[in-house]
Design a protein around this ligand. Structure first.
Ligand SMILES: *Cc1c(COP(=O)(O)O)cnc(C)c1O
Length: 355
């Protein structure tokens, strides 16, 4: 039996979206391929609230995270981490010989604008990375306040990991001054895994032009140049199946309406939070709770694996805690095309199993 996924990626994908992945192939150097890419970029710009260039990568989001830090750091990168995925960005920098310093805070707390100010005021850095929505801890960083600080440092290229939040909550990329905003298909966008998307600002491009040895496959400037010169095509063969599904799903997202979509996510998030506060406790700082997933502290010391096993019999799957928090927390995703009714259904099944 298929288990309906309430894990923070991959998410449940609607049948009509999945069907788009089964469409016949087209040539990746055809006019149709260029038109497909054009349509996707135009819609992604609306979703991202940006006028900057849009790049697609046939990789998961990690590919563009690695490409961004390697392609656009000339001097030194400052990586701000609030959990598992922030830390990964500094490992990517290190393994690409990019000079980097990691600024970590305790899991469950946010990156504060004060910390960003303190770090940037040293004038050591020309690129920073921020996690918008940390999928291990269920925390959404105060990016508006952080943006106000970063804007005072025009030499800094601002990279934002919005992998688990873009399309589930409003992120106004240009207004925030984000140069490279990254997401993946398999989270709040509601598609199968295998493609990543980012915005790529003029400032990021100018920086990349000065960086030698940007790698090959994940060289963001090479991707950009190819799109510009070859009318929206890619240096290597992209996953056209993902592009068919993305084109279709973006239409569905626009039909729902961005504001309606974001409101639906908040409604689901509030329902899960209230349930969690009554039965357990919330892991993350209450001021910065994620709208796309909730990390719940296992105050009842339940056997999360056993709960998930029983949920599986009933056709549902949730997530255990991430890494070191495996049994201390568990996570419920409420993103993409998930509905409040489905969330209510899941939680009443959990209640029923635990009683
Ligand atoms: C899932 C996730 C990633 C990694 O993305 P992939 O598409 O799996 O490479 C990075 N950051 C965050 C916040 C995530 O949730």
């Amino acid at each position: 039996m298929h288990k309906k996924l309430f894990i923070p990626g991959p998410v449940e994908v609607r049948q009509d979206v999945l069907a788009q992945m089964a469409l016949p192939m087209i040539g990746h150097r055809s006019k149709d391929a260029s038109a497909l890419q054009h349509r996707i970029s135009d819609k992604i710009k609306k979703l991202f609230y940006t006028d900057e260039a849009i790049l697609l990568s046939t990789s998961s989001g990690s590919g563009l995270m690695e490409g961004a830090v390697r392609s656009c750091t000339l001097k030194r990168a400052a990586v701000f981490s609030i959990g598992a995925f922030g830390k990964r960005w500094s490992e990517m920098a290190e393994s690409n010989n990019v000079p980097v310093d990691l600024y970590e805070v305790e899991w469950g707390t946010a990156t504060t604008p004060e910390l960003v100010e303190k770090v940037l005021s040293t004038s050591q850095y020309d690129l920073i990375t921020i996690t918008h929505n940390e999928t291990s801890t269920g925390l959404m960083n105060p990016v508006e306040e952080i943006a106000a600080v970063v804007k005072r440092y025009p030499e800094v290229v601002y990279c934002l990991d919005a992998v688990s939040s873009m399309a589930g909550t409003k992120i106004e990329v240009d207004k925030l001054g984000v140069d490279i905003c990254i997401t993946s298909t398999q989270k709040a966008l509601g598609l199968p895994p295998g493609m990543a998307i980012c915005s790529f600002s003029q400032k990021a491009r100018e920086r990349a032009e000065k960086v030698p040895n940007r790698g090959y496959y994940l060289d963001l400037l090479a991707l950009y140049d190819y799109i510009e010169k070859k009318d929206y095509q890619y240096p290597s063969t992209p996953s056209l199946s993902h592009m068919f599904a993305l084109d279709y799903q973006l239409d569905r997202i626009m039909e729902e309406g961005l504001d309606n979509r974001f409101s639906r996510h908040i409604e689901m998030a509030e329902y899960v939070r209230n349930w969690a506060r009554q039965k357990f406790a919330l892991f993350a700082d209450e001021r910065y709770l994620s709208n796309t997933l909730t990390t719940i502290t296992n105050t009842q010391n339940i056997d999360v694996a056993a709960l998930n096993k029983e949920l599986g019999v009933r056709g549902y799957q949730i997530s255990n805690g991430y890494g070191k928090m495996k049994d201390k927390t568990f996570r419920i995703a409420h993103m993409a095309d998930c509905t409040l009714d489905e969330i209510k259904d899941l939680l009443s099944n959990i209640d029923d199993i635990l009683k």
